[in-house]
Design a protein around this ligand. Sequence first.
Ligand SMILES: [Zn+2]
Length: 161
Amino acid sequence: MAKYTVTHTCGHTESVQLFGAEKERKRRLDWMRGQDCATCKAAAVNKDNDLPALVGSDKQIAWAADIRRSFYSKYPALKTVVTETSAKWWIEARLDSLAERHLEIIRRKEIARNMTKADIFRRAHAITKALVAKYPGTNYQAQFAQSLKYAYEWVREALAA
Ligand SMILES: [Zn+2]
């Protein structure tokens, strides 16, 4: 292990401890000298885009900004939905399953928004037919009233989500 003082491209210096083989340490130092320091990187990240500033340590912010950028480019529809500003949150979140959940909510909301009264009745009839087929002897009218209630509830919930 050895201690080094690195002067970054922004002019700030930083004291770092490096481990490993001499060659590897030199490679790492060269790389660090070619970068702004963590504070400047975090400040640049928070200034240089139209997104809300991230909150966290400088290193977390720089890291989280990369994660957030690729998340929004992969799921542009979620840019106004997932607006967390904690850097730690972005680093730790399970983003793909989170995205799937949000996209499903958006998809349902879209369906619900476009559903007419006739669509809701059609849906209730479809549910009722399926239940009557599965449980012969079911009273169609009574079940339909129930199914219609479910169908309206589904629409209400989808719109409220
Ligand atoms: Zn700096």
